[in-house]
Design a protein around this ligand. Structure first.
Ligand code: SF4
Length: 405
């Protein structure tokens, strides 16, 4: 039985995808289950997990049965409490300091077996960054493991230590999580005593910088990259973290014919196919656009993040995600509307800011108590800054026009 959160658009099942690694069979099973038991819509979250939406209240048992048949393994409470975001370019990026896939797997297995896992906050998150192009270490997390030439920097709550082996890094990361579990589900809000954190990290070092944790910004990448051994990786951008059953089946088909039967979910609304023949890359990307994915040329110039918005969230009046998708679709159809340079747009239907807390070039902020948007430059949902304009309703053309101003 899978736990379903009740949302305004029906039940929502959160599927942990440790390391973001998904087989073609699993993607197809999610597509089939989403269509048969839900609305057919699947979120690709900014922690590289999946969420099946629009499920009936009693669908948890059938969903678990269908997905189990496709090699999804369920582990009770641990499934709600183990968030492991792994660098999606692990094992692909020639600039990475270390391939952290084995460490991610060891962490996953340790968390499943941890006696304290039921006391860990469901939001507690580990980020593993191989030290290459992706910059996933910049993603907000509770424990970050960043590979460097000297070892693996383990950082948490502003403290850091340098682990020289994967075993030491694993021990430190688990010790921090155990501390958080001891404090209880509110540990993320109340904090963990610093002495306990220092003991957990096995370090008397001070701020994270002292251990050499030079976190680069997150660098979403799209298109073909990392040529090696007669193959490239392809990062296919999805519109505003939303997949449907047809898009998942497209990915499954391509992964089976071109990508060694597997794909990797990326935390920037993209799916990476790891091993595609270079001469096939352009054709795969063109086919992805026909399947509903975003053209690489658009994704590279216009980054759009959006919360679920209406009708999925009861606090929302405005359809944030649908507007974001319409924005990308219009930009794809009429590239002349795109502004010069790379821009980031954030659509948040209320100030809670579920889609993230980073500032955006253009923020459209809704409110639970009235419809419409306020327009902000350089703000984030919780720190929007002054409103430059107010839109009682906004279509994609109006938003792109705001971006050009
Ligand atoms: S930001 Fe607000 S409106 Fe949007 S999904 Fe979160 S709670 Fe709902």
């Amino acid at each position: 039985m899978l736990h379903l959160a009740q949302m305004a658009d029906g039940g929502l099942a959160r599927l942990r995808v440790p390391g973001g690694l998904l087989s073609a069979a699993q993607a197809r099973a999610v597509a089939d289950a989403a269509e048969a038991l839900g609305s057919g819509l699947v979120d690709l979250t900014n922690r590289a997990n999946l969420q099946i939406r629009g499920l009936s209240r009693d669908a948890g048992g059938d969903l678990a049965e269908q997905l189990s048949a496709a090699a999804f393994a369920f582990h009770g409470e641990a499934d709600r409490r183990r968030n492991i975001l792994l660098d999606p370019f692990s094992g692909l990026d020639p600039r990475e300091a270390r391939d952290l896939r084995p460490l991610a797997q060891a962490l996953d297995e340790a968390l499943i077996g941890a006696a304290w896992i039921g006391r860990l906050s469901p939001k507690f998150c580990f980020v593993l960054d191989g030290g290459g192009e992706s910059g996933v270490a910049a993603t907000p997390s509770d424990v970050t493991l960043l590979a460097t030439g000297q070892g693996i920097v383990v950082s948490a709550a502003g403290l850091a230590s340098l682990a020289l082996s994967e075993e030491d890094a694993l021990s430190a990361a688990l010790a921090v999580a155990a501390c958080a579990a001891d404090v209880g589900p509110d540990a993320r809000a109340t904090g963990i005593p610093e002495t306990a954190m220092r003991a957990a990290l096995g370090s008397e070092r001070g701020p994270a910088g002292a251990a050499g944790a030079a976190a680069a910004p997150l660098r979403p990448r799209h298109g073909a990259m990392f040529p090696s051994g007669g193959a490239v990786a392809i990062s296919i951008p999805a519109p505003v973290g939303r997949l449907d059953a047809g898009m998942l089946r497209f990915l499954a088909d391509v992964a089976e014919t071109e990508g060694r039967g597997r794909m990797i979910l990326a935390p920037w609304s993209a799916v990476v196919l790891p091993r595609v023949r270079p001469e096939r890359a352009a054709r795969v990307l063109a086919a992805s656009e026909a399947a509903g994915f975003v053209p690489v040329a658009v994704a590279d110039r216009l980054s759009v993040v959006a919360c679920s918005g209406a009708p999925a969230c009861e606090r929302a009046r405005e359809p944030a995600r649908a507007l974001g998708a319409a924005l990308l679709a219009l930009a794809a159809a009429e590239p002349g509307r795109l502004p010069e340079g790379r821009r980031r747009v954030h659509l948040s239907a209320c100030p809670k800011g579920c889609a993230g807390s980073a500032p955006a070039d253009l923020l459209l902020l809704g409110a639970s108590e009235r419809s419409g948007w306020t327009v902000h430059a350089g703000g984030a949902p919780r720190r929007p800054g002054p409103a430059l304009d107010r839109l009682e309703s906004a279509g994609p053309a109006a938003v792109l026009a705001q971006l050009a101003d």
